[in-house]
Design a protein around this ligand. Structure first.
Ligand SMILES: Nc1ncnc2c1ncn2[C@@H]1O[C@H](COP(=O)(O)OP(=O)(O)OP(=O)(O)O)[C@@H](O)[C@H]1O
Length: 578
């Protein structure tokens, strides 16, 4: 239960733990002095040899001891607070830095919901471990030894009996530990699983309602929650039972000490004051250990959480590369293979050439691997084989920051943050002036709408929920234009939006393609007609490539897809659907 690595990780907390232990020890010393004084007075009263001076001295000692104990308790809780603060700050910083180092491909290794739970709940659990458990652990060792040393001067047999009984509490704790550890690991597993399902169902609630599947999911969640309730009850029962056992040992041990004191007194081996002192201090032998026992379960929870934190902190990090993206940004993929799962290859030896300043399109039926290629180019999927090079340098060798400065990715669901239009746009270029912001908004045809609202200060809800799909995409494009990177990848950037927005965005993409390297992934072949080169993918392989005209003349897959789409679009036009 003393995790050296954990303590080493939050080294700053060591001084607070030591301070806390010292303060508790001072409080104990004050208590001992107070008990000495009181028992002396009581014995004096019994033998009728007390004078006013003794009374005043006792009153002064009691008052001073109470004041010291009050100050020590206040300062000790301050120490707990400081150590908890250090723990939260350090561990959350470590988790955050780790995620940054894992980079864009972090969720290849860990689920976002797990990261959130570990960083929030997991770290909170450790707060108690550092703030309460660890100081109590050391104090629970120190207190009985101190009392033993003091009581040895009063009566050795009673002091020995009390000291011998103290270790029974940690022995009882150790007995339940193996079982408790298994139970807590299971508890944490179910807790994260429940959190995962809850988050997913909440995010998909509208979809569940549309398909009236909410009742079914409700039942599923109920079943999972019931499982979690049962395991929580098991944990609580285990905690309650072990606390009962500890209470029996603690108060049984104290009772034994009292019996010893009385028998020693009746056989004249200890004075009345000494006997009273043993009786009054007997419980103090056990209370720190008993208190430790009650923190023990919280600490075990913390241990289970720390395992998860260290699992996250120990995830293998992609090597931090120093190489800058070369000036020549032409991208070449040769014999590119990639699988998300071991036994299912998605890309089977793809060869692509995306020349600097060129306008290249990737087309193909759904699921053929277009977005996977885009992800690889953005450095998000690192486990590919074959070669992907930028200006002759292997992609894996290029630093992630440099790559992301040079390539901008715009998907059909670009993320817009809660805040204002300005906040979101400045992410593209933090130094952009007001004029520059309005200029790109004009380019994407969003300026008119925003002027009628609150301009750049128009508030945005989470994921820009208060904008239409088309407006969201135009804003995402405006932000991307501000980024002004040499390469742009548009991955179905005009999917699911109105035809006007699509036309506006496509016009901008075509203009951009005259100045930058543009890769356009699109279902709609009418959008790629102007591309210099079109790669037609089929089942993770390049089936054909060439310009629109060349591909039509080949009479292959591209022509079939084109004819099918044209027929559909003409039909729509005739029926006035589009
Ligand atoms: N994260 C993932 N884990 C496992 N398999 C995945 C993952 N993402 C995609 N796939 C699989 O990889 C294949 C290619 O997906 P990809 O998204 O690259 O296709 P796409 O051509 O972009 O399709 P679409 O045009 O529908 O967007 C699909 O069969 C898909 O099931």
């Amino acid at each position: 239960m003393i995790n050296k690595r954990l303590i080493g990780t939050v080294a700053e907390s060591k001084k607070y733990i030591a301070g806390n232990v010292m303060l508790q020890w001072c409080s104990l010393a004050a208590n001992i002095a107070m008990m000495f004084s009181i028992t002396d007075l009581l014995a004096g009263l019994y033998y009728r040899n007390t004078n006013a001076g003794t009374l005043w001295t006792t009153a002064a000692v009691v008052a001073a001891a109470l004041l010291i104990r009050f100050l020590c308790a206040t300062l000790a809780s301050r120490m707990s607070y400081l150590s908890s603060k250090a723990v939260k700050k350090t561990l959350r910083e470590r988790i955050y830095e780790k995620l940054l180092r894992l980079g864009a491909s972090y969720n290849e290794q860990v689920k976002t919901s797990e990261v959130v739970q570990v960083a929030v709940e997991g770290v909170d659990q450790l707060e108690t471990y550092f703030g309460a458990y660890l100081p109590q652990f050391f104090y629970a060792m120190l207190a009985p030894l101190t009392l033993f040393a003091v009581l040895c001067f009063v009566n050795i047999p009673a002091a020995v009996v009390l000291l011998i009984c103290v270790p029974l509490i940690p022995i009882a704790i150790a007995a339940v530990q193996t079982w408790a550890k298994k139970l807590l690991t299971k508890y944490w597993g179910q807790y994260t699983a429940l959190g995962d399902t809850f988050l997913e169902n909440l995010q998909g609630l509208t979809t569940l309602k549309i398909y009236q599947a909410d009742e079914f999911k409700h039942k599923e969640m109920n079943a999972e929650a019931e499982k979690f309730r049962k395991i929580t009850m098991k944990v609580l029962t285990m905690q309650l039972n072990s606390i009962t056992i500890m209470d029996l040992i603690a108060y049984g041990g104290a009772a034994l000490g009292v019996i010893m004191a009385v028998t020693q007194y009746t056989s004249n081996r200890v004075s009345l004051a000494g006997c009273l002192l043993i009786i009054l201090l007997a419980a103090d032998f056990f209370l720190p250990m008993r208190q430790l026992g009650s923190f023990f379960h919280i600490a075990m929870n913390g241990m289970a959480a720390s395992d998860k934190i260290f699992r996250l902190l120990d995830l293998e990090e992609p090597e931090q590369k120093e190489t800058e993206t070369p000036k020549d940004r032409s991208i070449v993929c040769s014999n590119l293979h990639f699988s998300y799962e071991a036994d299912r290859e998605i890309l089977h030896g793809v060869d692509l050439h995306l020349p600097q300043g060129g306008f290249t399109a990737l087309v193909g039926e759904s699921g053929c691997g277009k977005s996977t290629i885009a992800s690889i180019l953005m450095g998000r999927n690192k486990g590919y084989t074959g070669s992907v090079s930028v200006g002759g340098v292997e992609l894996k060798e290029i630093s992630e920051i440099s790559l992301l400065q040079n390539i901008t990715y715009i998907s059909h669901q670009s993320y817009l943050f809660k805040g204002t239009v300005r906040d979101n746009m400045l992410m593209g270029r933090p130094t952009a002036s007001e004029e520059e912001l309005w200029a790109v908004l004009e380019r994407v045809n969003l300026a008119g709408f925003l002027k009628a609202e609150q301009g750049l200060d128009t508030p945005l809800l989470e994921k820009a929920g208060n904008l239409s799909g088309g407006q969201r995409q135009r804003l995402a494009l405006a932000r991307a234009l501000l980024h002004d990177s040499p390469v742009y990848i548009f991955d179905e950037a005009t999917s699911n939006i109105d035809i006007e927005s699509e036309n506006d965005i496509m016009t901008e993409i075509h203009k951009l393609a005259k100045q930058k390297t543009v890769v356009l992934i699109s279902h709609r072949l009418a959008n790629v007609v102007q591309a210099d080169n079109i790669y037609v993918l089929e089942n993770g392989c390049v089936a054909e490539s060439g310009s629109h005209k060349e591909l039509l003349n080949r009479h292959g897959l591209y022509e079939r897809l084109w004819n099918a789409q044209q027929a559909l679009e003409n039909y729509r036009k005739e029926d006035g659907i589009a």
